[in-house]
Design a protein around this ligand. Structure first.
Ligand SMILES: [Zn+2]
Length: 252
């Protein structure tokens, strides 16, 4: 079996443009997550939103709205629904690699009951430290679900064959990580929220709460990884998920 990479959009995040480094007054951006099919198992990179976010009365959504933001999702966009369309049983997903613990990345974890969560040690520690969790908006509700957890420090080779590698890209949150996948779809660096959009790679606009010096270093080291044909896939770039998505979400 060859290695395949899929990219799925799980709802939208709505925010003042300034919060995402964009010029428009209000923006809606896609929330992607990724599926890697490897001979030794299926791995996800991020999980999108929790199913409860479909409900406008959900307390986390209510809190977002008091801060001028919101997030919306249809049932068919949730992680389990995407996996079923790919003929992948969510209960058989082996690894869930979390770039970080924000609600729009860790939210779908509840639909992947038997996966081992793979996360940087310092991100997991921040997620269980009340002060750090508050400062970086890490909502335990979405990730403290009792999954087995594999903590990693720095770079990590997920399947031991160089095909799927994790790369620390701290700054957006204390232990953010990115993932590189070499598959039959090519060579992709899944940047995560180390950079929201292709444009932000140039302008280096980052959220106010993040560590900007660390983010600049992280982006420089991700750029250094690139080969001639490497495609960078950004955290929430509307241009990468429009009519011609950067990755397929189905086998079609
Ligand atoms: Zn984030």
């Amino acid at each position: 079996m060859t290695i395949r990479l899929f990219g799925c959009v799980c709802g939208q995040f709505h925010s003042p443009g300034a919060g995402l480094g964009m010029a428009a007054e209000r923006v809606s951006v896609p929330i992607p997550f990724y599926v890697v099919e490897h001979p030794d198992g299926v791995a996800l990179f991020d999980t999108g939103l929790h199913a409860d976010i479909a409900n406008a009365d959900d307390p986390y959504r209510q809190r977002l709205r008091t801060q001028g933001m919101d997030s919306t999702v249809d049932e068919g966009e949730l992680a389990a629904a995407h996996l079923e369309r790919l003929d992948i049983d969510p209960a058989k997903v082996r690894f869930v690699v979390l770039s970080h613990l924000h609600f729009d990345h860790a939210g779908g974890l509840h639909q992947l009951p038997n996966a081992t969560v793979v996360v940087q040690s310092r991100e997991w520690a921040a997620g269980f430290d009340d002060d750090m969790a508050a400062r970086y908006f890490l909502p335990k509700r979405f990730y403290d679900l009792g999954h087995p957890v594999k903590l990693v420090d720095g770079e990590h080779d997920l399947f031991g064959d160089g095909a799927v590698t994790l790369h620390p890209s701290f700054g957006h949150t204390p232990g953010h990580q990115s993932m590189r996948v070499r598959s039959e779809m090519g060579d992709h660096i899944l940047v995560g929220d180390a950079c929201y959009t292709c444009e932000a790679l140039e302008t280096r606009t980052f959220p106010a709460y993040s560590d900007h010096a660390a983010l600049n270093r992280s982006l420089d080291s991700l750029l250094d990884l690139r080969g001639e044909d490497t495609v960078m896939v950004f955290g929430h770039d509307p241009g990468q998920w429009g009519e011609r998505p950067v990755l397929p979400s189905t086998r079609g």
